[in-house]
Design a protein around this ligand. Sequence first.
Ligand code: NCD
Ligand code: ZN
Length: 357
Amino acid sequence: MINLNSSPVQLSLRQPDDWHLHLRDDHLLKVTVPHSARIFRRAVIMPNLSPPITSIEAARNYRQRILNQVPTQLSFTPLMTAYLTDSLPPEVLEQGYSDGVFFAAKLYPANATTNSSLGVSDISLIDSLLETMEKINMPLLVHGEVTDPGVDVFDREAVFIERYLQPMLKRFSNLRVVLEHITTKNAVEFVETSGFNLAATITPHHLHINRNAMFLGGFRSDFYCLPIAKREDHRLALRDAATSGKPCFFLGTDSAPHVRSQKENACGCAGIFNAPFALESYAEVFDEEGKIDRLEAFASEYGPLFYGLPPNTNTIKLRRNEHVIPRNYSFKDHDLKPESFVPFHAGETLKWFAEAE
Ligand code: NCD
Ligand code: ZN
């Protein structure tokens, strides 16, 4: 390896996986799937479609629609999740998990985020689901925000942890839980000191931006996502956590594309489309922190370790090679009208470039 300013110019990494991904459906899969499959070998696919994935058959069919869009020269395994509702029968989870269709189940507090209106209205109503998941060792993935309108939007994660997550973990102490896309130092501290089977995913955007990004010179919907970006001290805590080398923190992009007309709207959708250069975005952070040597464990090892899966054996190449991120990706919508997705880092220059070896 050659050194340039004490930082390597090229790295070989075990191929990473994305432990939290929204691919959407139908014609959008043609746009979204190739971006993720370019770099990631496996991805946990979020079930918040409209209608959501609440049956084994729906998950199986959705998985097939995703696989149909994987470019032929690439291997990409979608790991499907079930969307928990107040009335989902535990037998569906048990059967779907033992059939190898459901990899995990996702808890959305009702109305917390995109397509979550059919989510769980009260966590105390899903005891039998949680009991079943604990019994069969099925992982629970949590969108950790309260929806109580009396709680400030910037406090929703911290309040969720205190009000719901901590009591839930005490009651279901053998349940494997991932607190998804953490955004606060409260979450970092809670996860790293928790004695339970708890881990957290961290997105690239929460490592790069704080809440100011949404208001720079006007309202910028491209930086609006949920959980919403917080103050700078929280971003710094997340950067420390991601680069800490602690196995309880691993990669989950939460890439969540919304077409331009849905982002620039009186009621704009939450979500950042970071899939095209997600690994490069993380690499930038690890490099800036002087911890590029810890990227591989975060991106490719701690996720499989938590989930009890073998890490990937093939490798990808990460080169120092400046490149400009496209301003948008355009395509035609259902009615053949032009639409586009604006990616995270649009128009910016990133220093690292990843490619298959
Ligand atoms: C996600 C989406 O659009 O599906 N949006 C987001 O801002 N992250 C849902 C979610 O993960 O909250
Ligand atoms: Zn998400």
